[in-house]
Design a protein around this ligand. Sequence first.
Ligand code: SF4
Ligand code: SF4
Length: 224
Amino acid sequence: MTFEPRRAWIQPIRFGIQVLVLVGCMIGLITSKQVSNWLLPTTLVVGVLFCGWVCPLGSIQDWLFWFGRKLKLPVLRMPAGVQRYLQLTRYALYLLTLLNITVNCLHGTRHVGKLLRGDTVGAAALGVLIAFLLVSLFFKRPFCNYACVGGARRGLLSVLRLIGIRRDEDTCVHCNQCTTACPMNIDVANQTFVRHPNCIGCLTCLTTCPKQALTFKPQPIRKK
Ligand code: SF4
Ligand code: SF4
């Protein structure tokens, strides 16, 4: 198995950026909302990079899942048939916010931001946040998959993206490793271009592929 050296650096760079943003939020240098607003226009071009590279709650879930592997806890994965419907919950929650119905205790990104600044949050919000973080020890990014309203909003904007994960059918050996690695449960192995609204642009699929069949490029032009 060979990796291009530049690919091997992708995940350490992502980790470094996640740590820098988390520290920046903790010392009050920036807020994740500011970075989210700065990155919003890029969503139309490269998809949702904020969730995969910046969001402190996403980063904490990534690290807890990694920690769960160190503790040798079992890995849980949602069955594909259930995921198909359950992944819609965050869009349903987003719709509720558009109707001015706010499920306060589920606004995890906002609450984690408050906690990082040392503010107190309500007992219900704290309980929900802790529950999601505990599940993250076994399951990749549960909050992002099912409860993040901000992720849903950014995801819907990203479906028109010009650049995304592209799979080369000629190089792919259908080992399914990209699909298994995807924290958002996207079936990368069966798509030629990932334009899924749940994609968080983490590039985990790309760095996992043993055949380098995945690239981050514009969608191929269909041949007639
Ligand atoms: S990991 Fe690479 S080779 Fe395996 S199915 Fe995915 S794209 Fe194909
Ligand atoms: S498809 Fe790839 S880039 Fe998108 S969320 Fe899944 S692993 Fe990350």
